[in-house]
Structures are given as structure tokens and as C-alpha cells.
Design a protein around this ligand. Structure first.
Ligand SMILES: Cc1ncc(C[n+]2csc(CCOP(=O)(O)OP(=O)(O)O)c2C)c(N)n1
Ligand SMILES: [Mg+2]
Length: 337
């Protein structure tokens, strides 16, 4: 994934590429960062079914209007024709750069020191314990980025989210749609405690109409993504991002979170579970995986200060990607300037 919370390798590869083939891309600000410094060396082949997208943000050197399925087939033929002319290109130096960046800047996270649940670990374990054909959806915020980073998607169309459109509340209805369309496949909604409050009422419809989705509320007691910006750029002024009613200490506020998502979900006809202790994580996920006749909601009480890395701060250039906690990557060969 490139962009504001993309991997260092993906962001850097676009910044240093001399050719980008973009299929159905919007070149939105979450991907490009500061637009006039995005991919400065790249020629752009831009294919999109909507002619209004071509050249909207980034000028296309080769504009193609068409269905991606057909465009890809034609592009493959064109590349094969070049190859049979002997024009293959040598990408070994490029691949060794990419592999070095991948090894040096892998995605990762630290476990909280106070023994509370790590949101990244919760999401990673849900991904690992789910069958390969599971469909995942996500809301918008930190949990969305972690669901993109830490679940290994094994099959196409198993990751449904609103991307840069940022529509909070997407996870539950998207999961309903996926489950209604593919009733034999497990569907997990990875949701935030903020997002869940926008569309959770649809769970009543799930309970009444036999749409047994699974919902993981990554409950950090906060509008976490906005809180992250407040931590990093606004001197920890947590204005209007606190979703719990108790004091700010993590352990102290566990009992005072409003609403109580377990009671709320039970009231809507769901099985509701809560997990607060890392030692219970796998057991609770397995319990949720085993229930297939009713919607299940798991309230995972996670640490509120976990942050999403890497990050390109809003309005800055992708060249300024921070690998973690403000640390700029050092490519060791002058490549970082
Ligand atoms: C309708 C709407 N309002 C506000 C935002 C800005 N926004 C982006 S992420 C976010 C916080 C989401 O909180 P939560 O669902 O708890 O997710 P977390 O970041 O804590 O994982 C907000 C308010 C948005 N994308 N959409
Ligand atoms: Mg939250």
C-alpha cells in the first residue's frame, strides 16, 4: 500500500520510479502527498473507465479510457510484443533496491508496556486465525490502516474498505453486503469504536435476517486517527476525540466506557464478547469464529496510544515519509534527500 500510511518501500518506489502504470487510480491526496512533489521522475500511463479522472490531479503521459480488465489484457500483449522484439529491460538493480528497503523498513509494531491489548496484534491474530477465503471489511481510522497492514489477504476481493474516501461507518454495512452475497464465506468487519457508533444499528437487520457477520470493535476509547494527529502535531490537545467517560488512564476507564458495546450488541440480537487480556485473545477469536448462526460482536479493549506507522504528515511530500515515530528512513547511499 502506498500513501500516507503506506509502506516505506511502496512510497519510496513511487517517488523513485521512472514509469507508473496506474489502473483505476484517483491520485488522491492520501496517495500522492504534496502533489507537486509526487513521483517526480515518473512518466504516467493512466487507465481509467471515467475520462474525468485522467489528468485530474496528475497529468498523464499516456491516457487510456477503458475497462481495467480489457486495458490490462491489451497492455500485456503490448509488453509481450516488446519482449519478443528483444526489449526486455534489466530490472535487477531496481529489485535489489526494493528488496533492501523491504528488509530495512518492514511493517511492525511494539506491544504496549502496561500489558494491555495491542490493536495491531488483535487484527493480525484475527487475520491469522480466519480461513483463507474470509472477507474482511474495515471502517476508517487507525484500525483501517492496521487491517491493511497486518492481515495477509490471500484471495482477490477479500479486502473491502473505502480507502481514501474515508467513509466512517462503512465496515458493518459492507460486511452485511458481503455476507448476503456470499453466505458461505466468513466475513469479519474490523471496526473502530467511533465508526461502529455510526452504523451498528444494522446489526438488528443482520440478526433478524440471518446475516451472521462477525464484528471486531477495536475499542481504543478514542477517535484514534484524529487523536494521533493531536499527539503528533497539536501538543496532545485531545479536543473532542475522547470516546470514553472515565479518567484518561487506560486501566481506570475500562469499566466506564459508554456505550457498553456488549450490552448494545446483545440488545440487537448478537452474541457479544469482550476481550481485554492478551492471554485470552486467541480463545476469544476462536469462540467468535465458531459461531455461524448469529452475528457476533467482539469488544476488544485495546491501548489508546498505539500509532499508525509509517506516516507521511498531511501536506508534506512523500519524500518525507517517517518510518516510525518521526524517524526518517536512511537509505544509506544519499537516496533519502
Ligand atoms: C464522517 C466522518 N467524520 C470524520 C472523519 C475523520 N476521521 C477519520 S478517522 C476518524 C476516527 C475514527 O475513529 P474510530 O472509528 O474509533 O477509529 P480509530 O482511528 O480509533 O481506529 C475520524 C473522525 C471521517 N473520515 N468521516
Ligand atoms: Mg477508536
Amino acid at each position: 500500500m502506498p500513501g500516507m500510511h503506506g509502506s516505506v518501500t511502496a512510497v519510496t518506489a513511487l517517488q523513485k520510479a521512472d514509469l507508473i502504470v496506474a489502473l483505476g487510480a484517483r491520485f488522491d491526496d492520501r496517495v500522492t502527498g504534496k502533489l507537486d512533489s509526487f513521483a517526480p521522475y515518473a512518466k504516467i500511463v493512466h487507465a481509467d473507465i471515467d475520462p474525468a479522472e485522467i489528468g485530474k490531479n496528475r497529468a498523464a503521459d499516456v491516457p487510456i479510457v477503458g475497462d481495467a480488465r480489457e486495458v490490462i489484457a491489451d497492455l500485456v500483449q503490448a509488453v509481450q510484443a516488446e519482449h519478443s522484439e528483444g526489449n526486455k529491460g534489466d530490472y535487477s538493480a531496481w529489485w535489489s533496491d526494493l528488496n533492501r528497503w523491504r528488509e530495512t523498513y518492514p511493517l511492525g509494531y511494539d506491544l504496549p508496556e502496561d500489558g494491555s491489548l495491542s490493536p495491531q496484534q488483535v487484527i493480525q491474530r484475527i487475520g491469522q486465525l480466519a480461513p483463507d477465503d474470509t472477507i474482511f471489511t474495515a471502517g476508517v481510522g487507525q484500525h483501517q490502516m492496521w487491517a491493511a497492514h497486518f492481515i495477509d489477504y490471500e484471495q482477490p476481493a477479500t479486502w473491502l474498505n473505502s480507502g481514501g474516501a474515508g467513509t466512517m461507518g462503512y465496515a458493518v454495512p459492507a460486511a452485511m453486503g458481503a455476507k448476503a452475497g456470499m453466505p458461505d464465506r466468513p466475513v469479519w468487519a474490523i471496526d473502530g469504536d467511533g465508526c461502529f457508533q455510526m452504523t451498528n444499528q444494522e446489526l438488528t437487520t443482520c440478526a433478524l435476517n440471518n446475516i451472521p457477520i462477525k464484528v471486531a470493535i477495536i475499542n481504543n476509547g478514542a477517535l484514534g486517527m484524529v487523536r494521533q494527529w493531536q499527539t503528533l502535531f497539536y501538543n496532545q490537545r485531545y479536543s473532542n476525540t475522547v470516546l470514553h467517560s472515565g479518567p484518561d488512564e487506560q486501566k481506570a476507564n475500562r469499566g466506564t466506557r459508554v456505550p457498553d458495546f456488549v450490552k448494545l450488541s446483545e440488545a440487537m440480537g448478537c452474541v457479544a464478547l469482550r476481550c481485554e487480556d492478551p492471554a485470552d485473545l486467541d480463545k476469544v477469536i476462536a469462540e467468535a469464529n465458531a459461531i455461524n448462526d448469529r452475528p457476533v460482536v467482539v469488544d476488544f479493549i485495546v491501548h489508546e496510544d498505539a500509532q499508525v506507522w509509517p506516516m507521511v504528515a498531511a501536506g508534506t511530500s512523500n519524500d518525507e515519509v517517517m518510518a516510525a515515530r518521526g524517524v526518517r528512513p536512511d537509505f544509506g547511499d544519499g537516496e533519502d534527500d
